[in-house]
Design a protein around this ligand. Structure first.
Ligand SMILES: NC(=O)c1ccc[n+]([C@@H]2O[C@H](COP(=O)([O-])OP(=O)(O)OC[C@H]3O[C@@H](n4cnc5c(N)ncnc54)[C@H](OP(=O)(O)O)[C@@H]3O)[C@@H](O)[C@H]2O)c1
Length: 342
């Protein structure tokens, strides 16, 4: 496989999809967003794939809004489980190879060590259950395929956690970030390069593809701020419990990934998550050169009571003081969980 080959990239408008389009730039790429090909619709998937006739299908499309999945359960399974089923059926019909991207959220997060490909999944929420469903659909319908679990994607493509942190850094607020959720941050171009390598290897199977190492979301925020020349001490550790009203979906406490299968094939590990942060910032600087007119970071840290901004594990930055959908934190109930309307 290689030059002149055709690849259909599903989810091409997302953060990983953008990087995949670049990683396969020397191929004949058909980039597909949800408007081009709704993976939940069998007829659409078949007609789209027959029209573009790919040698390889890469599925980076998903319903990734973890909290919305809790209330839109059918939609989550339609996109994240039936979608991969439809793509596997199309791959079979066309004789195309298939890479399907999954998530560290298939794990419960209580092992106390990084999870490898042979650990038993045990998802906590609807998103994780639907992603595990998608993996199983692909593995059942098209066993000769690549299922790739990645984690905590950061990229130059908004929206994502890293850009939310960097955007918030332009103010003078304290940034409240959860410190009790650990994962393996992965720079999307690093994952895309690894996926490309896998896709031409013929070594089908399940792989973890994530930045080397792991950290909490708060430590990731500190690394981002520090490396970008901001004051990393503006990051304030908060617990998941404090965020549960605004972000109700259960999340694994420690879903760090060990890319054991990748390593055992003799491939060099992916760059560390800190290298991912540096590469992200370098790519951002190339896209948006820093100008003297931009506000300097941390101009007012001497304020006695700086405003606090809560940064969710996924995307959003909410001003904890007045955002209507993010009420100020309250003391946890004796049962350990606040009773908050969704
Ligand atoms: N983000 C993370 O931290 C993370 C962590 C672990 C695993 N993953 C997995 O990595 C993959 C890529 O994630 P990402 O962060 O790049 O996602 P993203 O930025 O949220 O983008 C999601 C992509 O999925 C597409 N999509 C949504 N519904 C679709 C549908 N019904 N049919 C076809 N395409 C649809 C979207 O298309 P439109 O924009 O056109 O609607 C978009 O291109 C996903 O499988 C995700 O589960 C992500």
């Amino acid at each position: 496989m290689g030059y002149g080959m055709r690849v259909a990239i599903v989810g091409a408008t997302g953060q990983l999809g953008h990087s995949l389009c670049s990683a396969f730039a020397d191929w004949d790429v058909t980039p597909l967003g949800s408007a081009d090909c709704d993976v939940a619709d069998y007829e659409t998937v078949m007609s789209t794939m027959y029209a573009c006739g790919p040698d390889l299908i890469v599925n980076a499309g998903a319903m990734t809004a973890v909290d919305a999945c809790e209330s839109e359960i059918d939609r989550a399974f339609a996109v994240n489980a039936i979608g991969p089923r439809n793509l596997a059926l199309a791959a079979n019909a066309l004789g195309a190879d298939l890479v399907h991207v999954s998530s560290d959220y298939v794990f419960e997060g209580t092992a106390g060590r990084p999870y490898d490909e042979w650990d038993e999944p045990w998802p906590l929420g609807v998103y994780g259950r639907s992603k595990l469903g998608g993996e199983r659909e692909v593995q059942t319908i098209r066993p000769a395929s690549y299922v790739v679990r990645t984690a905590v994607l950061i990229s130059t493509q908004a929206p994502n956690f890293a850009l939310s942190i960097l955007r918030a850094a332009d103010g003078d607020s304290k940034l409240q970030v959860v410190s009790d959720q650990v994962g393996s941050p992965t720079y999307a171009p690093h994952a895309a390069a690894a996926i490309r390598r896998l896709a031409v290897s013929g070594r089908y199977g399940l792989y973890h593809v994530a930045g080397t190492g792991s950290c909490s979301r708060a430590d990731l925020a500190r690394e981002l701020l520090g490396a970008a020349g901001h004051d990393a001490s503006r990051v304030e550790d908060v617990t998941t419990e404090l965020m549960v009203a605004a972000y109700p979906a259960p999340r694994p406490a420690n879903s760090a990934l060990d890319c054991r299968a990748w390593r055992l094939h003799g491939w060099e590990p992916l760059p560390t998550w800190q290298e991912g942060v540096r590469d992200l910032l370098a790519d951002l600087a190339r896209q948006q050169p820093v100008t003297p007119e931009q506000p300097l970071p941390n101009a007012d840290t001497a304020r006695a009571e700086p405003p606090r901004v809560r940064v969710s594990e996924d995307l959003d930055v909410t001003d904890g003081s007045d955002a209507p959908d993010a009420p100020p934190p309250r003391a946890a109930s004796p049962a350990g969980r606040e009773q908050e309307p969704r």
